[in-house]
Design a binder for this molecule. Structure first.
Ligand code: SER
Length: 318
């Protein structure tokens, strides 16, 4: 990875991944793009407005900046996808197909996130294996499974260096996620500090895998820098870091903010989605093939989230 293009850089992952990659590879070597102007990204290095559904425009940016690696981060998340499945398919698969084709034509490596949402109710729930039944019941998950298969197809047929990770719900304190089933685990921290109360849309007893953003950033670089000869899998790797229910994260917050309260107003869509996903993934293959190891657990993450968000509230920068 020397000259990197990030497509969909204005979202939850891209906002932090852009700065992280610029820190490692040099600001001028990381071109951030998004469908909208993003001042924060443009301030730190090259930025272009790019509609990922426009393959010609994407190819032109790749050629102009001599790109060798593409991160395609464009996606509508699970809950919002259920409101407009046709649009979710059009955007999620459209951006991926364009990225694959541009990668093929311009000999680039390609990273695309997959998700715990690629699994469904027929997958084993606990220690979900790397290779198992994948029959998701959301359009988001169907896009992710399709994306994994397309990534492997382009690797096998055209020799494109495609790689991917099945991310747990991502928790961060910079850019918000939008329209995901796991968003509650981000919102809860903001509300705990703002109002001391949170109304949760996900059932109290449902376990889902979660991960803190610093581990996400580290994993992206580690996988893309991994020795290709050691990769048995490509699209896509299970990774695991922590798994909890809404009650468990609330109890963790209460250890620091004893007056914090939570009630429930269950969203039927999120209820169904969250119950269809695994409780926790088995990440043995990622550990063996490219050395994956998480650094953050629920307790340390909770300390860090509360500290960072409290600081932003104090500085009035939220
Ligand atoms: N965080 C995503 C969602 O909830 C899952 O990858 O949709």
């Amino acid at each position: 990875m020397k000259r990197i293009l990030i497509v969909g850089a204005g979202g939850q992952i891209g906002t932090e991944l852009t700065a992280y990659l610029r820190g490692i590879y040099g600001a001028s070597n990381v071109v951030a793009t998004d469908v909208r102007e993003c001042k924060n990204l443009a301030d730190g290095g090259p930025f272009e407005v790019l509609d990922a559904l426009n393959a010609t425009a994407m190819a032109s940016v790749v050629a102009r900046y001599h790109i060798d690696t593409i991160f395609n981060l464009v996606a509508l998340l699970s809950a919002v996808g259920e409101k407009n499945p046709q649009m979710a398919w059009g955007i999620n698969i459209g951006a991926l197909m364009n990225s694959l084709e541009v990668a093929r034509q311009h000999h680039c490596a390609l990273f695309t996130p997959s998700s715990i949402g690629a699994f469904g109710p027929t997958s084993p729930k606990v220690k979900t294996p790397q290779d198992t039944i994948m029959q998701p019941t959301t359009i988001y998950g169907i896009c992710k499974v399709t994306g994994e298969m397309l990534g492997n197809y382009y690797a096998q047929k055209y020799g494109i260096d495609t790689r991917s990770i099945r991310f747990p719900g991502i928790i961060s304190n910079v850019a918000p996620p939008g329209g995901g089933t796991t968003d509650y685990a981000v919102e809860i921290y903001y509300e705990a500090l703002r109002s001391g109360h949170y109304t949760c849309a996900v059932p109290s007893d449902v376990y889902m895998d979660m991960i803190y953003m610093p581990d996400v950033l580290k994993a992206c670089v580690q996988l893309m820098e991994a020795d290709s000869a050691k990769l048995v899998h490509r699209n896509s790797f299970n990774i695991a870091s922590m798994s909890f229910t809404p009650e468990i994260i609330a109890a963790e917050i209460r250890k620091r903010l004893p007056d914090f309260t939570m009630d429930y107003d269950i969203d039927p869509v999120k209820d169904k989605i969250s119950r269809s996903w695994p409780d926790c993934l088995d990440d043995t293959c990622a550990r063996e093939e490219w050395g994956w190891e998480p650094e953050w657990d629920l307790s340390r993450m909770t300390d860090d989230m509360l500290e960072k968000i409290a600081q932003k509230l104090k500085d009035n920068t939220l």
